[in-house]
Ligand binder design. Structure first.
Ligand code: FAD
Length: 453
């Protein structure tokens, strides 16, 4: 009898996976209202959920992690300024007050547009009436298979902690190394790519490394560490106005960052970095921040992908042949930025605003109303250079120096989720700012999550 019941229930779950996955005691039966599956609890996904939660829909939110990552502060975890938990907010806390949202920590592995379901690696497929793809981006190595194996990446909290560990381990190895050339290589830290991530990271490394060596590694005080920012082109912070690019470059130079422009990295192996024009450099730690491409889930849609493997979407943010499927944020390719032919960039504001628009349009579809085109309100861009300097372009105002840094602080605190995280970040900044203390210097902690079978 009990076996019969189990078999019956399992059959029902396969037939309607939402029954088992999405249902909660205090909510209307799923099936009565259309189900929206949202993939990704990043900037785009969470803002879609926010917009949808007030509508007559059931929402199933899926993410491989159980947290929302605030990536703009990731480099501060990598450089030991902030604790990892301060930039990661639990998704279940975010959805707690919504009566029609269910969350599952699940890796989405496939999307079946014809049968309207998504597959997850550990569990039954989940069917949808509407789908929102907001799975972000991954590093772009431009086809090179060796570079990813030999460089650090800065795309999630675990990777930021790996960089922090790598830096601290390099110091420990250098203090044991007797060969001066090898010691010099161990103390060379190279960042590839001079977009906002590369600029912020190299500035933070320049502030972290020399005083840390001076204070805690007396046997290395004679050694000079090198922080090198490498760029394939002749410019840095490409999306910023020229005047702010120059200020950022000058300030990084004053901080001791060596800037190598027109140096395209073609290989990194056994601690040796090779450049396209033939020269080489020894570097113990190399971080790749030289470009991104859309999540590989883009390839599951069977559509012709655009630049950066992004998914071309209609101005209403859905697919031409599948209007019930929306693609937003770093995964979406939509031209019209600044009113021209340029595609909207992969930044948090675009993802947030696309999330709002996708939610509005889905609710319009449910109610039988017309859809609106995505209209972007450009609030500007920011990049820090060390702990009291930044460049900012806010509503057409160009700022640099301490004033820009204050804007940067206010914006980041405003967009961080959760009072606890805001307090943790502000406390960390105040402590570092006032004491110039050097953050978390323990090798270990926050291991990569692995599911126990
Ligand atoms: C280091 C760093 C610094 C940045 N700094 C800035 C900045 O200063 N200003 C700015 O505007 N932008 C910045 N960005 C860019 C900004 O963070 C992105 O543009 C934004 O996060 C895009 O939002 P999204 O929702 O598309 O993707 P994300 O916010 O990346 O969210 C994607 C989510 O999808 C989940 N996911 C991915 N694949 C799967 C899968 N197969 N199954 C289940 N879940 C999956 C991920 O776990 C993640 O939670 C930075 C990015 C990085 C990496």
């Amino acid at each position: 009898m009990w076996l019969n019941n189990i078999l019956k229930n399992t059959a029902a779950l396969v037939a309607n996976p939402r029954e088992g996955l999405g249902k909660q005691a205090d909510r209307p039966e799923s099936g009565q209202r259309p189900c929206v599956v949202v993939i990704g609890s990043g900037f785009g996904g969470l803002n879609t959920v926010r917009g949808l939660a007030k509508g007559e829909v059931e929402i199933v939110l899926l993410d491989r992690n159980n947290y929302h990552g605030f990536w703009p502060l990731l480099y501060q975890v990598a450089t030991a300024e902030l604790v990892p938990d301060s930039i990661a907010f639990p998704v279940r806390e975010f959805i707690h007050s919504y009566h029609n949202v269910t969350f599952h920590m699940a890796e989405v592995s496939d999307i079946d547009l014809d049968n309207k379901h998504v597959s997850i690696t550990d569990g039954q497929p989940i069917s949808y009436d509407y789908l929102v793809l907001a799975a972000g981006s991954i590093n772009n190595y431009f086809g090179n298979k060796v570079i990813p194996q030999n460089t650090f990446s800065l795309k999630d909290v675990e990777q930021a902690v790996e960089i922090r560990q790598g830096i601290l381990e390099a110091f420990e190895k250098a203090s044991l190394e007797t060969d001066p050339e090898k010691r010099k290589a161990l103390l060379t830290f190279l960042v590839v790519g001079s977009g906002p991530t590369g600029v912020e990271l190299s500035g933070a490394l320049a502030e972290l490394i020399p005083p840390l060596l001076h204070k805690f590694y007396p046997d290395l005080t004679e050694e000079k560490s090198r922080i090198v920012l490498v760029e394939a082109h002749a410019t840095m912070l490409d999306s910023f106005p020229k005047s702010l690019q120059k200020k950022a470059q000058a300030h990084l130079g004053q901080m001791g960052v060596e800037i190598l422009q027109n140096h395209e990295v073609t290989g990194v192996e056994n601690g040796v970095v090779t450049f396209k024009h033939g020269s080489k450099m020894n570097a113990g730690t190399v971080v790749w921040a030289a470009g991104v491409r859309a999540s590989p889930l883009a390839e599951k849609l069977g559509v012709k992908l655009a630049h950066g493997e992004r998914v071309p979407v209609e101005p209403t943010l859905n697919l031409k042949d599948h209007p019930e499927v929306y693609v937003i944020g770093d995964m979406a390719y939509l031209e019209g930025y600044k009113g021209g032919k340029e595609a909207y960039p992969g930044v948090a504001q675009v993802a947030i605003q696309m999330g709002h628009q996708a939610a509005k349009n889905i609710l319009a579809q449910v109610e039988g109303n017309g859809l609106e085109n995505f209209q972007y309100v450009d609030k500007g861009q920011l990049s820090t250079i060390g702990r009291r300097d930044a460049v900012a372009e806010v509503f057409n105002l160009k700022l640099s120096g301490f004033a820009a840094w204050l804007v940067w602080v206010a914006v980041h605190i405003y967009y961080l989720l959760g009072v606890r995280n805001r307090l943790l970040v502000m406390l960390g900044w105040a402590y570092n700012y006032l004491t110039f203390n050097l953050g978390i210097r323990v090798v270990g902690g926050w291991p990569r999550h692995e599911t126990k079978k």
